[in-house]
Design a protein around this ligand. Structure first.
Ligand code: MTE
Length: 322
């Protein structure tokens, strides 16, 4: 593995994670198959659009589970808390382009086509590129990481993402010395995402990181979850995961990244600057103007825990803010 071994507060034996039983069964199945290099992925593994319309979320997920992405779990990224159940995570989503509701988003997204999909990277870079997402899946060093995820609304989950460090892609495009930020943009198509007709919201959804945050080893460009490619409600076909920041920074269904020297005007910050700062690191001592951030609750079990500074990832990221 090309990843640095760093001492981390969350580094505990994998046996301490109590994952969903189905998920473990699937994982051992993947192990039996042997680890398939990203280059060996066949397109038939990657075409959920061919699936018939599911009757319920279990049926939707089964179609993804039948086509596992065989990648190795990175044991450096494991969490002491119980893994969130896959059905729970797939029915408690935020994706405002489709609805402000959470539970039935998967159902509202049946006409959302996530393949083929192009990702464009440009701005202050030496080598701008437009990449097909499936080509990216074949080329990049995919791995599985279990991360804590904390929404600004105080709910939290622990899920296994599949992806590669954003850093690996930025190294390909070679940011110029003027580049200070990475701006990221979600698709804009009101024909499939009806809330994008609401002109009071500043579409398209934009998020951003400083270049140093984007280059941090924890910042993951994510293409899969629970052993398979992302279902639409989790931000297919490619999204960001920044585990030490509130969940709204983890932008879904990205179409463009632009390296820039100006702080991006992000969606939530534009709507309510006092409530959603650009930085938005998880911090129990900084309340949201309308609620406390001192504790969080796990979706599914509703267990409550004290919120941790940087969501527990301080060892890897605190130096960015000194
Ligand atoms: N990305 C887009 N494009 N649109 C959104 O509404 N919601 C954000 C983030 N990314 C959002 C988005 C918020 S508020 C959260 S908490 C997470 O996605 C939720 O991710 P999940 O549904 O996979 O749990």
């Amino acid at each position: 593995m090309p990843y640095l071994k760093i001492p981390k507060g969350w580094d505990i034996p994998e046996s301490h994670v109590t994952p969903e039983s189905d998920y473990m069964n699937r994982r051992s199945f993947i192990k039996e198959l042997g680890v398939v290099g990203a280059g060996a992925l066949s397109l038939s593994l990657l075409s959920p659009d061919a699936f018939a319309r599911p009757k319920n979320v279990e049926e939707q997920l089964a179609a993804f589970q039948d086509k596992p992405l065989a990648v190795e779990h990175n044991p450096q990224f494991t969490v002491e808390r119980q893994m969130t159940d896959e059905v729970v995570a797939a029915t408690y989503n935020n994706f405002y382009e489709f609805s402000s509701g959470k539970k039935n988003l998967w159902k509202l997204m049946e006409d959302f086509e996530t393949r083929p999909w192009q990702l464009e990277i440009g701005g202050l870079v030496h080598k701008p590129m437009t990449l097909d997402v499936d080509d990216l899946l074949r080329q990049m060093p995919l791995e599985e990481r279990v991360y804590r995820f904390r929404c600004v609304e105080t709910w939290a989950m622990v899920v296994p993402w599949i992806g590669f460090p954003l850093k690996a892609l930025l190294e390909k495009v070679q940011p110029t010395s003027d580049a200070k930020y990475v701006e990221m943009l979600t698709f804009w198509n009101a024909d499939v995402a009806p809330q994008q007709r609401n002109s009071r919201l500043p579409w398209p959804y934009v998020e951003g990181l400083t270049l140093a945050e984007a280059m941090n080893e924890l910042t993951l460009l994510t293409v899969g979850i629970y052993g398979h490619i992302l279902p639409p409600q989790h931000g297919a076909p490619i999204r960001l995961i920044v585990p030490w920041k509130y969940g709204f920074k983890s932008i879904k269904s990205i179409v463009r990244m632009t390296l820039t020297n100006k702080q991006p005007r992000t969606f939530w910050h534009t709507l309510s600057p006092r409530e959603y700062g650009f930085e938005s690191n998880v911090n129990p001592t900084v309340p949201h103007p309308r609620w406390s951030q001192a504790t969080e609750w796990m979706i599914g079990t509703r267990e409550r825990h004290p919120t941790q500074l940087y969501n527990g990832y301080g060892d890897a990221v605190a130096h960015l803010y000194e």
